[in-house]
Write a protein that binds this ligand. Sequence first.
Ligand code: 0L1
Ligand code: MG
Length: 256
Amino acid sequence: MHSLAALAEFVDTAAKMATEIPQLTDTMELGIDDAYAVQAMSVARRLARGERRVGMKMGLTSRAKMAQVGVSEVIWGRLTDAMRVEEGGVIRMGAYVHPRVEPEIAFLMKAPLAGEVSNAEALAAVAAVAPALEIIDSRYKNFKFALADVIADNSSSSGFVLGNWAKPDTAFGNLGIILEADGRPVQVGSSAAILGHPIRSLVAAARMVARAGERLEPGDIVLAGGATAAHPLAAGMAVRATFQTLGSVGFSVAAA
Ligand code: 0L1
Ligand code: MG
C-alpha cells in the first residue's frame, strides 16, 4: 500500500525527469478524491522547488479529446510559471516523455471566482481572452491511463503558450481554429467544441476548484481545454494555431 505522498513523489519525479511510468491503477485502487489529493501534493512539491502557481487548466472538455484518450469526464490541473513557454519560443523535446499539442482558449481573471456561478458571472470575472496552445505530456507509458491516473498526473499539464490578449467582450464562442505543424494543417476545429462555449469551461473550473477548497484569483490564467484532438510533437517541428478574430500563437521544438 503506497501513501498518497509517495504517489505524489512518484508522479512528480516522472514529470521532472521526463521518464515514463506505469499507470498507478495497474497495481492499486485509486479514488477520484485521492487522485486529486495526489495532484495537489505533487504540485506542492513543485512550489517547494520555487515554482509559482499561475492558474489552472481544464481538461477533456471536448468530445474530440475524450475520444482520443478514452476518458469521458471533465478534469482539471494546476499551472505553474515554469510551464509557460513564450509565444514564438522553443521547447526541448528531451524535457518531455511524449508531448502533444492542442489549441485552447485562455482566460485571464480580474476577480476571484469559485463555486456555482452563471455564464454571465464567470464572464464578468474575466479581464481578457487569448488564443493558446497547451503542451500536454502524460507521464504514463503509451499515453494510456484511467481517469484517476491522469488526475494524479496533474491532468497531463506540462506547458502552455499564450497569444495576444483580447477584450473579454470579443465573441469567442464559435471561432474557427486551424492547428498547423510545419505549415500543414493537422487539426481543424471551433472553440464551440469546448463544452459548446468556452465560458462553460470557466463555469466548470469555478465549481471544481471550489470543491478542492480553492478559488480562482485575479491574475490567474485558465486554459479552457482542447478544441480539437491533440497532435504529437516531434523534434524540429514548428507549430502554429490560428484562431478566427483572436490571431495566432506558436512555438517550435528543438531536439535536445
Ligand atoms: O484536455 C486536456 O488537457 C486533457 C489532459 C489529460 C488527457 C490527455 O493527456 O490528453
Ligand atoms: Mg488541454
